[in-house]
Design a protein around this ligand. Structure first.
Ligand code: HEM
Length: 205
């Protein structure tokens, strides 16, 4: 029996890293537009105009790649069963001293919430972004509301992503291998996603 099991295909990993690169480009270019405190980042993009252009281009890339990623794993992030309830009731076991076992599928409820939030934020950021991009074509109040919603979703997304990156790296050792190499250790799979492990191994028998 192999010590590894495939979690993500190459195309899924490339898509995730396209989303990640465009997200961080948006973050760097957006920070300077958000507050003068971060104007220094404009230097990375050849000045303010360069940063705005890069923000628009990476915004289009992020919008389509992020929604495509969501629809790619919509089935896994929109299902909900009794084990997910147990996970929520016990806060994912993160507050317990002793290991708690949950019969979790491909994603746990925290990951599902993150994926759904990012998809919703993508739509909201994309739509409000269009109103901000062409301010002269829409009523003033729509543009102002868009600026408010755009910044709120921007801050919310950063908070979610910080937690995501922590849990996907040092928080849960072994997880990053899924996105780097496509394969994860069977021990990791049995520990974190036992139901998914069972389903995949039965399918391949
Ligand atoms: C350096 C930054 C990032 C790292 C190291 C990272 C790492 C990972 C890893 C290892 C997984 C697989 C988790 C598993 O197999 O259970 C994953 C999944 C995922 N990532 Fe990222 N990621 C990063 C940035 C992002 C960003 C910026 C977004 C979106 C804005 C994102 C969205 C997702 C989604 C939706 C999933 C699937 C659901 C989930 O596991 O939460 N990631 N990421």
């Amino acid at each position: 029996m192999s010590d590894y099991i495939e979690r993500f295909r190459t195309s899924e990993r490339i898509l995730h890293w396209v989303v990640t690169c465009s997200f961080f480009t948006l973050l760097l270019t957006g920070l300077g537009l958000y507050s003068r405190l971060f104007n220094g980042f404009f230097g990375l993009f050849g000045g303010g105009q360069g940063a705005i252009l890069t923000h628009k281009i990476s915004g289009i890339i992020f919008f389509f790649s992020s929604l495509y990623m969501f629809f790619n794993h919509k089935k896994d992030v929109s299902s909900f069963d009794d084990s997910d309830w147990q996970w929520i009731k016990k806060y994912g076991g993160y507050l317990t001293k002793y290991g708690v076992h949950f019969d979790i599928g491909k994603y746990n409820p925290g990951q599902k919430l993150f994926a759904v939030f990012i998809a919703a934020a993508t739509v909201a950021l994309g739509l409000t972004g269009i109103f901000i991009w062409f301010p002269g074509s829409f009523p003033r109040w729509i543009v102002q509301m868009s600026l408010l919603l755009h910044s709120t979703m921007f801050v919310g997304s950063i908070m979610f992503v910080v937690v995501h990156v922590y849990l996907a790296t040092i928080g849960n050792p072994g997880t990053i291998e899924a996105m780097l190499y496509g394969d994860v250790r069977t021990l990791w799979a049995k520990k974190h996603h036992p139901k998914w492990y069972k389903d995949v191994t039965e399918e391949n028998q």
